[in-house]
Design a protein around this ligand. Sequence first.
Ligand code: WT7
Length: 658
Amino acid sequence: MSTPVQEPKVYLPPQELVKSAHISGLEAYQRLVAEAQQDYTGYWARLAREFVTWQTPFTQVLNERDAPFFKWFEDGRLNVSYNCLDVNVERGLGDKTAIIFETDDGQVTRVTYRELLARTCQMANALRSRGIQKGDRVVIYMPMSVEGVVAMQACARIGATHSVVFGGFSAQSLRDRIQDAGAVAVITADEQLRGGKQLPLKAIVDEALSLGGCDTIRDVVVYRRTGGNVGFNAPRDKWLHELLDGQPDRCEPAWVEAEHPLFLLYTSGSTGKPKGVQHSSAGYLLHAALTTKWTFDLKPDDVFWCTADIGWVTGHTYIAYGPLANGGTQVMFEGVPTYPDAGRFWKMIQNHRVTIFYTAPTAIRSLIKAAEANPDVHPKRYDLTSLRILGSVGEPINPAAWEWYHANVGGGRCPIVDTFWQTETGGHMITPLPGATPLVPGSCTLPFPGIVADVVDETGKDVPWGQGGILVVKRPWPAMIRTIWGDPERYKKSYYPADFQGKYYLAGDGAIRDAKTGYFTITGRIDDVLNVSGHRMGTMEIESALVSHTELVAEAAVVGRPDDTTGEAICAFVVLKRPRPTGEEAKQIAKALRDWVGKEIGPIAKPKDIRFGDNLPKTRSGKIMRRLLRSIARGEAITQDTSTLENPAILEQLSQTN
Ligand code: WT7
């Protein structure tokens, strides 16, 4: 007897939204999909003319001659910062608030488009005064701040390629990125303020540069945020306010080619070394502007709030570029969701009358826990009636968290857009449109109009709906990754592998389409990449950090296991160069190794579980059997075939918690 299949719950878009949305009704969505199907390049060309202001209009749309190194709008010229700032001022939005910035300790400042343009120009002039030019790479290691956005926009204005490094990365990680990018300058702050604590930034830059290999760096520009004591190394180091002093508030933008690299952003892959994902100017800007408008139904009166950090791609596309390219008003937040208490997000939504709220499932899950433990921080205690649309990003949102978010934050009236995308895709790929798409909790629903996503098997053949497989994108799209900085071969191998005859973009995720509706559900990474609190971590990267502790560690293997709050948790199996520790000693060594990984990569990479063994489960040819380790990490009984295992007794040992 088969058990009856429960029909998934469906949430239709609210009638009012169907009437008023930019993309109103499913038919409107389908018309766009059909338009793209009939004339793919015509569709994107139409939008590129509508959403981007060109200095020199393009005549070529897509160039596939050097596939998979695709080029979009190749002969057009533009400036991204001009599109985000000047265009809005010229349209009469000079006095409109661009950014409502709230500090960790609750101080609020508002910045208009006119001011943001002036500050960006001054910063751009300051960078030019240091000899920074079009094509130079600039690393930005900054806290969440208006200055952080201004730094990104200023780079864009002069055609310098920025590479923002998240403020939680260690000196070592920062050094690796500076070195790989060959950056000429670092823009940083004295310290950052998060959750009432002052955390170092400049000191970490100093340490990174002292590790060597950063000879390309000529300038370190320091924004004074906390006033904390920092070492100053003249003439290399300069205070930002001193550099800005007397700089004109106008700056002629550098008109760059459409393909000019706007930014690099380092992300984890299946091998040890992070990859510098290179994005273009025009194609990226188009998708940032377009998806911000359609996915969030952004209107002139909206107050948009994306809670991501500018150190991640979400903070690039949906803070630094997308909302500004639309002349929108957005909230930007320096702090953390749990300070001074776990009601902070709800209080800020209430105070700023936020209408569109975009956050990560991991934040929602931890705020659910907090609200259950303390009714004072429950969203029901706050006036959240300003909200009209909610969003989710970074990892799958489990249906229970979806329902809670919908009922308690959205008051049952706000559609949730569960946006699937990646650092490499530049913007949303599979997502509901709030006035068009019926929602099913746990599904990111349908591809954004013009994105040809599908599910195939290992040979690249389509799998029928209802059957799981590999998520691919069958046509290049304007905002896609252009290459991996300095490693075009790795770009080809990672994203256009020979398995699919180099035809399809491989996302690295598994997916399944609903048998009836074709809706997508992402089933998780199919490579050695973990997703911890929405942060991407390579298992190999953590393994190499562990084994770089040559005094203690002989061998290490890292796998993921499900975690209620963080989505996935990092589990390390470690063989030491000394006898396997137990009890108190095991705890101490585990702590030392966690701290070590924190120093090597950053606190986000610290393994939650560390287990010690005399050995690791290996095949006779010496290959570590990770699937067995995955079962052990989950606390599951081992049901897999272990006949090829050299040392079966090790499973028993590793299954014991030390
Ligand atoms: C990976 C990309 C998207 C920007 C932030 C993360 C996972 C992302 C979803 C979603 C299920 C998701 C995928 C993807 N992911 N969004 N809505 N549903 N999974 O960017 O660090 O490049 O990570 O995050 O596994 O491949 P990223």
